[in-house]
Ligand binder design. Structure first.
Ligand code: PLP
Length: 399
């Protein structure tokens, strides 16, 4: 059994993928070929955003977005520690400071109430209100908390479920902050009638193979309905170009999506909306079958008015030992499972320079101890799900 079965998907659309690749091989425009524009147009339409800009990865999408918002050293960017490293890595890469905000245990997404406290703590430069990073100035002797400039929020749609954007956007507007939607896991999801990637001024997604919509390599995309931001993104993506490639008006990156990856995504997109529906069925079946295991694990909840893209189907075991026992049992039955994420970002070595400590974000830390994910993809057969849930429900679990 596979955690994510990309081969099953490929069998359905092999002919289309081959034909799309063949077209690229014939026209030979491997960089910024016509498929890139075609992809941007159809994906912008799909998510209901005015513009889309394809790029080399989800990480580059986030980096380009921060650069378009002119994020620089001393800026404070609020985000969650319970996410993949990229979300906060790009903040540090630009010399800005990630301000971690704990998550809501029910959704695994940034908790607006905690964000309110973190905003107050930064505005008043008072870490007794909420844990703040102990950022040092360039001289190592100085250890006082720097006065930071609150600039933006990166909310993550973890496991495919959109964060609470009505509340986040309202807070951001009040505080004059931008909001970036890290939709790397939520392409295809919905929030109150709108598609993921279109829920703030700037949505960023990833086409890493294991994401809800993946290419056969690295890829990503930014979405915005702001003409000015689109223009900046387009320049930053190609070395800060001005009127042409050899007119460089700002510092940018080489952040293009390969034409071949765009071609593959176009072939896969034909069946993507159907795959999002299939993921709903898979999630529903897990949900029903695992109801009997309610004393051991909690199944994921989707708030009303939301549709998850189900990048992961994640369970919360009642404690760390129960998770270990259940994962062991799955392993013995040759069923893969995974832990996203075993260590929250504030405890990662890469962010030790921020001076956060254990206990700063208790919900994230608790989730890291108890969470685990089951196989999830559109082609997971009912029989396989039966096997998985039987193993989880086996009576020897009480031993
Ligand atoms: C995968 C992921 C990214 C990064 O995407 P890449 O395409 O791998 O660079 C960023 N944020 C989150 C939440 C992700 O899951």
């Amino acid at each position: 059994m596979q955690f994510i079965d990309l081969a099953a998907q490929q069998r359905r659309i092999k002919g289309k993928i081959d034909a799309r690749i063949q077209t690229v091989l014939e026209h030979g425009k491997y960089i910024m070929g016509p498929e890139v524009k075609e992809l941007e147009d159809s994906f912008a339409q799909y998510v209901g955003s005015k513009h889309a800009l394809a790029c080399a990865s989800g990480t580059d999408a986030l980096l380009l977005a921060l650069m378009a918002f002119d994020v620089r050293p001393g800026d404070a960017i609020f985000t969650t520690p319970f996410t993949f490293i990229s979300t906060a890595e790009v903040v540090s890469l630009l010399g800005a400071v990630p301000i971690f905000v704990d998550i809501d245990q029910a959704t695994f997404n940034i908790d607006p109430a905690q964000l309110e406290l973190a905003l107050k703590a930064v505005n008043e430069n008072n870490p007794s209100i909420y844990p703040l990073p102990k950022v040092r100035t360039s001289s190592p002797e100085q250890t006082q908390t720097l006065r930071l400039n609150p600039k933006g929020i990166i909310a993550v749609d973890l496991f495919g479920l959109p964060a609470d954007y009505d509340r986040l956007n309202a807070m951001a507007q009040r505080e004059n902050l931008f909001v970036i939607e890290d939709a790397a896991q939520s392409f295809g999801a919905r929030y109150r009638g709108k598609m993921a990637c279109s829920l703030t001024q700037m949505g960023c997604t990833s086409f890493f193979p294991a994401k809800p919509l993946g290419c056969y390599g690295d890829g990503g995309m930014c979405f915005t309905s702001d003409d000015g931001l689109l223009e900046l993104l387009a320049s930053l993506r190609i070395h800060g170009k001005g009127h042409h490639k050899y007119d460089n008006v700002r510092i940018g990156i080489n952040g293009r999506l390969d034409t071949l990856q765009a071609a593959i995504l176009l072939a896969k997109f034909d069946i993507f909306p159907e795959e999002v529906e299939l993921r709903q069925q898979v999630a529903r079946r897990y949900h029903e079958r695992l109801a009997d295991l309610a004393n051991e694990v909690a199944t994921p909840t989707v708030p009303p008015d939301c549709v998850s893209a189900w990048a992961q189907y994640s369970l919360m075991a009642k404690d760390a030992a129960t998770r270990q026992a259940l994962q062991n049992r799955l392993k013995q039955a040759a069923i893969p499972s995974a832990v996203y994420y075993p260590l929250p970002l504030h405890l990662q070595g890469a962010f030790s320079y921020l001076g956060y400590k254990e206990g700063d974000f208790p919900v994230s830390e608790d989730c890291a101890q108890r969470i685990f994910s089951l196989p999830m993809h559109p082609y997971l057969e009912e029989q396989d799900q039966e096997t998985i849930t039987k193993v989880l429900l086996a009576p020897d679990s009480k031993a």
